[in-house]
Design a protein around this ligand. Structure first.
Ligand SMILES: Cc1cc2nc3c(=O)[nH]c(=O)nc-3n(C[C@H](O)[C@H](O)[C@H](O)COP(=O)(O)OP(=O)(O)OC[C@H]3O[C@@H](n4cnc5c(N)ncnc54)[C@H](O)[C@@H]3O)c2cc1C
Length: 599
């Protein structure tokens, strides 16, 4: 039998979005009890790994209009413009609020908040705390939650299923990892804040816990996953480990060179008319701060031209920081020096860092409106697992940490209001569902023996299929092969059995459930990519090279309709408020530059 506990609002996920949502609810109604379920201790959430910074307009030379335009243009016009406007308007207040909660933003000599340039932003607007921004943000949020007695944490509790009664979400079934006991964590509303899903690819900056759990749970419950074909590759990951070398290293002046020592980006049109062609421009933009999707695509072209360096971990180019000097590196990006030295054996003060594109972020996610509400009554989502949609076809670096604050808070308020208006919960029905879930876990994993499949085999084959068929460049043939392979893996997963049949901290069990989640997410990515016969932002089709606004100024909506082999894809129009589709540019004269041609 499962245990049950009841709260007002249940949050699944203790990263930046989950913590911000919890504070919003606790402040909204001090009488409300908030449950926060997290499979790891909150400070181990991936937000802690964010380095570079968080964007918000603060300087007098910046404007809300510019931040809005950069985000929309960066998204290749797939972002919903009402969501972008709301985000940009609320961002400065949220960032200042975080300072009041203790976040030590780096400062200019005059004491004002310092900002650094980031890719795709035409003006410096990225706030930072050296190069451990996520660490400091998460600490500030976490310590703030501690002062609210009405927040109860369920750390190291692994959510496996949303509990839904007559179309309304009222909690989650979660395994307490220490005991293996299933709990029904019930509430009047639920917010999913489970983060991204980079682990569906083999080479990623994402921590091992980023498996798309919440995306899959919502998808299985009937919510659409939106814009899943858009996967962000970050151009500078360390070979071998995939550890991120933050864009701040280029923001501070780092350059990318190929094996001839050539700054190869000059040969590509990045949609940035103010790059090296105009070194006199006061903003001193460089081509290295072009958008991530395009920089990653340029790498592939350099590789095809034979201009990259082959290493035992694949092809690389060099990120050269030497000209910045030791003093600046140690002051502004000390973590970059630490990571490069420890994980690539290269001290960037003296040598260039080998780097290659690496899967970094999932633009798509659980379909929500701008209040964080999903199509299921009482179910909300925020953070990387959600798609509002702010990021469209390509996220601008440093927008997502701010997104956690703005939309985490909104989802918190939305869920709190919902809980106030809908106080009744059918506890018996929900407890019964959690019991059934416990039986399913026992039957399919804990008590099952004799299966012919192993986690590692299926996971490796999924990785190969995703990288091979749904990577930086895709076409019909590669995507069809990936979809077919994933359907096969979905079937073979049923024959999985574990070697570990114990209950306490059974990491083989959680890895199996995470793989189950990842196959769902992988299928949503591959099928939506196959259906989108155009190229836009991070989704580059070799067989459909142009952007097709006639047909595809639409969000893809992927539904699990009960067919494990093939999801259903539908579309929903993008919300355009004031900025009609144009070419992507990053100069002050946005909209006037050359063709998009870094294909
Ligand atoms: C290396 C790296 C650097 C980055 N740098 C930047 C940057 O400089 N600027 C920027 O804007 N963005 C950056 N990003 C992106 C940004 O950090 C993430 O998008 C963001 O932190 C995600 O926050 P989140 O709250 O949505 O999820 P996370 O912080 O990933 O938290 C997810 C939470 O969900 C919980 N969870 C997941 N599944 C379950 C389950 N089944 N049961 C219970 N709990 C569960 C986890 O325990 C965790 O608490 C970076 C990302 C990476 C990987």
């Amino acid at each position: 039998m499962s245990n049950s506990v009841i709260h007002d609002v249940v949050i699944v996920g203790g990263g930046g979005a989950g913590l911000r949502a919890a504070i919003a609810i606790a402040e909204h109604n001090p009488q409300f009890s908030v449950a926060m379920v997290s499979k790891v201790y909150p400070m181990r959430s991936h937000t802690v790994a964010a380095e570079g910074g968080a964007a918000a307009v603060i300087k007098p030379n910046d404007s809300l209009e510019d931040h809005i335009y950069d985000t929309i243009s960066g998204s290749d016009w797939l972002a919903d413009q009402d969501a972008v406007e709301l985000f940009v308007n609320e961002a400065p207040r949220e960032m200042l609020q975080l300072e009041h909660w203790g976040c030590p933003w780096s400062r200019d000599p005059d004491g004002s908040v310092a900002v650094r340039p980031f890719g795709g932003m035409k003006i410096e607007r990225t706030w930072f705390a050296a190069d451990k921004t996520g660490f400091h943000m998460l600490h500030s949020l976490f310590q703030t939650t501690l002062k609210y007695k009405n927040i109860t944490r369920y750390d190291e509790h692994f959510a496996t299923k949303l509990l839904i009664d007559e179309g309304r979400c009222c909690g989650t079934a979660a395994i307490e990892l220490r005991t293996g006991q299933m709990h029904a964590v019930l509430g009047k509303s639920v917010i999913i804040c489970t983060g991204g899903a980079g682990r569906v690819f083999p080479f990623t900056t994402n921590g091992a816990i980023k498996n798309g759990d919440g995306m899959s749970m919502a998808y299985r419950a009937g919510v659409a996953l939106k814009d899943m074909e858009f996967i962000q590759y970050h151009p500078t990951g360390l070979p071998g480990t995939g550890i991120l070398i933050t864009e701040a290293s280029r923001g501070e002046g780092g350059i990318l060179v190929n094996k001839h020592g050539d700054r190869y980006l000059k040969d590509y049109d990045l949609g940035n008319p103010l790059d090296v062609n105009d070194p006199s421009h006061p903003q001193k933009r460089t081509m290295e701060l072009g958008p991530r999707d395009k920089l990653s695509q340029c790498f592939i072209h350099e590789m095809e031209k034979g201009n990259t360096i082959e290493t035992k971990y694949g092809h690389v180019v060099y990120l050269d920081l030497r000209h910045l000097g030791k003093k600046k590196i140690d002051k502004k990006i000390p973590f970059v020096r630490e990571l490069s030295t420890n994980y690539a054996g290269v001290d960037p003060v003296h040598e260039p860092i080998p780097v290659r594109p690496v899967v970094h972020y999932v633009m798509g996610g659980i379909d929500t409106d701008i209040e964080g509400a999903t199509s299921i009554s009482g179910l909300f989502a925020a953070g990387e697992c959600a798609c509002v949609s702010l990021n469209g076809a390509n996220r601008l670096g440093s927008n997502s940490l701010t997104e956690l604050l703005v939309f985490g808070a909104r989802a918190g308020h939305g869920a709190a209001r919902y809980a106030t208006d809908n106080p009744e919960v059918n506890v018996n029905t929900l407890e019964k569902q959690a019991d059934d879930e416990q039986k399913r876990i026992s039957r399919d994993y804990i008590n099952k023996t004799g299966g012919t499949e192993r986690i590692v085999t299926i996971r490796n084959e999924m990785h190969e299929a995703m990288e091979g068929g749904a990577g930086i460049y895709r076409d019909e043939k590669s995507l069809t092969a990936t979809c077919n392979k994933l359907a096969e893996l979905r079937e073979r997963f049923k024959k999985l059995s574990l070697d570990d049949h114990t209950l306490s901290f059974n990491t083989e069990l959680t890895a199996a459930i995470e793989l189950d989640y990842m196959i769902d997410v992988a299928q949503a990515i591959a099928h939506s990519a196959l259906a989108r016969t155009e190229s836009r932002g991070s989704h580059q089709r070799l067989d459909y090279t142009g952007r097709d606004d006639e047909k595809f100024l639409n969000h893809s909506m992927t539904y699990h309709d009960g067919d494990d082999a093939k999801p259903r894809i539908d579309y929903k129009p993008v919300t355009i408020t004031k900025w009609p589709p144009a070419k992507r540019t990053y100069g002050a004269d946005s909209g006037l530059s050359k063709e998009n041609s870094a294909q």
